[in-house]
Design a protein around this ligand. Sequence first.
Ligand code: B3K
Ligand code: ZN
Length: 875
Amino acid sequence: MLDVRTTTSDAAVVPDAPPVPAHAAIRREDYRPPDWRVPEIHLDFDLGIDRTRVRATLEVERNGPHDRPLRLDGDELAPLRVAVDGQDAAWRMDGPALVIEVSGDRAMVETDVEIAPSANTKLTGLYASNGMLCTQCEAEGFRRITFFPDRPDVLSRYRVRMEGDANAFPVLLSNGNRIAQGEAAGGRHWAEWEDPFPKPSYLFALVAGDLQANRDRFTTMSGRKVELAIWVREADLPKTSHAMDSLKLAMAWDEQVYGREYDLDLFNIVAVGDFNMGAMENKSLNIFNSAFVLADQDTATDADFDNISRVVGHEYFHNWSGDRVTCRDWFQLSLKEGFTVFRDQSFSADIGSPPVKRIEDVRVLRAAQFPEDAGPLAHAVRPDSYIEIGNFYTATVYNKGAEVIRMMATVLGRDKFRAGTDLYFSRHDGEAATCDDFVKALEDGSGVDLTTFKIWYSQAGTPKVTARLEHDADAMTATLHLEQHIDPTPGQPVKQPMPIPLKTALIGDASGAEIAPEQLIILDQPRQSVRFDNVTETPLLSINRGFSAPIIVQANRRPGELERLAWADSDPFARYEAMQDLMMTALLAGAQGSAMDAEPVVAAVGATLQSNALDPAFKAEAILLPSETLIAERVQVVDPDAIHAAREQLRTAIGSSLRDALSTAQRSDDGSGDDLSPGAKGVRRLRSIALGLLAAATPDEAASLAKAQFDRADNMTDRQGALMTLVSLDAPERQGALDAFYERFHNDSLVLDKWFALQAAAQRADTVDRVAELARHPDFTMTNPNRLRSLAGQFAGNHWAFHHPSGRGYDFVADMILAADAINPQAAARLVPAFGRWRRFEPSRAELMRRALEKIVAKPGLSKDVFEQASKSLA
Ligand code: B3K
Ligand code: ZN
């Protein structure tokens, strides 16, 4: 229904537009430039936790010849006043949007609204968290603060004045530079900020609260002095040093690797307890989930420390890949996200261990993106349509998007890639660009044609490549036969061949040497063969080295080939991959009812553990078994119990056969808790993985080992690692350790999240009952996304427990989704993909999952976020 109102009797009324159907899809091909531009905006905030008054003054400019009215997006807003050039003006509401007739080509448009931050449980727009006010505007949150053409291709210069109670909000921050501040009557004060860089509304930010700063400085490569500040509650200040160190490293790295310098005098980070995702790259005022800022040895694991470096780097790198060059429309989201993930991955590799980082990145891709790409929610890196853009901050847009850029970087080589990115940044600085613009800049900067790679942006699905190596000993040649295939995905029944860069080498079976040095094969045909000459001994195929393409390789292997590669391959990733393939072969046999031959796996794990040439971090990765979710992706019909049993069987075989080597790794004293070097982190990681394998073979003994590790721990990594094993055991030590953990840390919400998450991840038949109890625990709340994720999100990812044959796991998560939807649709929608693969399960579970999805879709008043995910999952 249209809500037509006018404030003056002679106002022009725009003819009614046809009603927009509920939950309509937005399509990429419908893009057209904005009707009106807004070069300048002035915002005036009268701040209050319960009520905030926002006055916006927009300098608007007609964009090209047309007679369309000014249409300003809004969401749950009602205008209190609308003026054009100082005069009350005619306006009407078209659904949530404000429509104003503007006669000339230019005008000053003023609107007043009142918003209620404390009632804003969606955590987008302006909201309250622990007594402070903060914003989250990406993707469409700005329209919840004020009326505006809320789309990324409308770039404006922002001036922001805010005024509020000086006690409640001693700190007042926004983007850019503070240009004035002062006292006001009644214990109030104000500040005015100005951002010289035009930016889209999604990068606007405001923070008001009682915060303290960890301050530091960075001098850029051209000598500019930048004031750095990380704002937190006073008690958290001691936990900010790692984030600050990471920020300075990231700033220096972007100068060295991409030639990108910071461009303002201030860079602020604010930590917030209630936040929908990891962090947000608002220009010069990054707002972070406190989980990605706060860390010390006692409360944060090594993984937490690494994640802080990664996310601090990611948001900082957005200053160029996202803020200076932004996206034309939300279909181009991967332009900034894929590129920035690629940049943060390279940064983490450079400050840590490149091979281990690559393995971790691939593990994440396989766990999150491959299933997405093979299921009902599959979409292209540059999607064609969406109902709710919030649902497209996916592993495909982020992680596959990063892989696409990595492939082009591989093809170009370092210098040409850098020439391409230099051109991209200079050509599009201050603009809203597209993925095509990015590829074009890489092409023009490098002089290399990348046209064929564009298909990676438009075609969904993970390519499967079969590889067969034929050896002709007499001719001393080997021929590699490659074939590619992509299964249909929703809306894309027929697939085109893709260009697939495969780093390939041949390893001599007898010598273990590289008998054909690594070369880059570009497979861009459905079928292709490549010949190798001078093959002097039986060759082993080392393919997709370094995971040079985000694909599934199905190689025909001779018996013993993987075992040999696991030992001899000169590429660390390929070596890891050979171990994974060995393990997967055994696991698939077990899960599909055949006899499992654990021996080759045990031998390879044993050799890895004993090796003096490998570091502990690599060993830890290499001996980690594929997850149950990953195994499920590889079987015809998923039976979670059979998969779980097979994995346990293999863990038990490893644990019992390699008891001594595992005990040695578990007992290693190297790496004191405050040592965050890759070596020390590797020792700790290996310790807890070894403990887990020992527990599969000798649970009682492992329980006391775990308890000792828990009691002795001087760091959270060892403590959490011990607890991870204990929670899955039926041992007397279990409850005591959980209680001790709770007792010590229940006032620290980030650590309490771990307490919930550990129990939700427990490999136990009764986990489904335990999570239901935990949902009634006084410390559980759905209003905090971290807490919701630590219980419901963790449980939904616990393959065996979630897929409990009774269907109670499905009921639990479905009920969580529906309850959370009424509070925070974005957080609720993130839980839906757990049901997405329902068609692949054995009939009884498939039916129960389908019913859970139907129950969700049938709920009256469902958000479009959850509706889109659940209805597409059923389709
Ligand atoms: N750009 C933000 C994500 C915003 C998500 C909005 N639903 C964080 C990031 O990727 O850096
Ligand atoms: Zn990002």
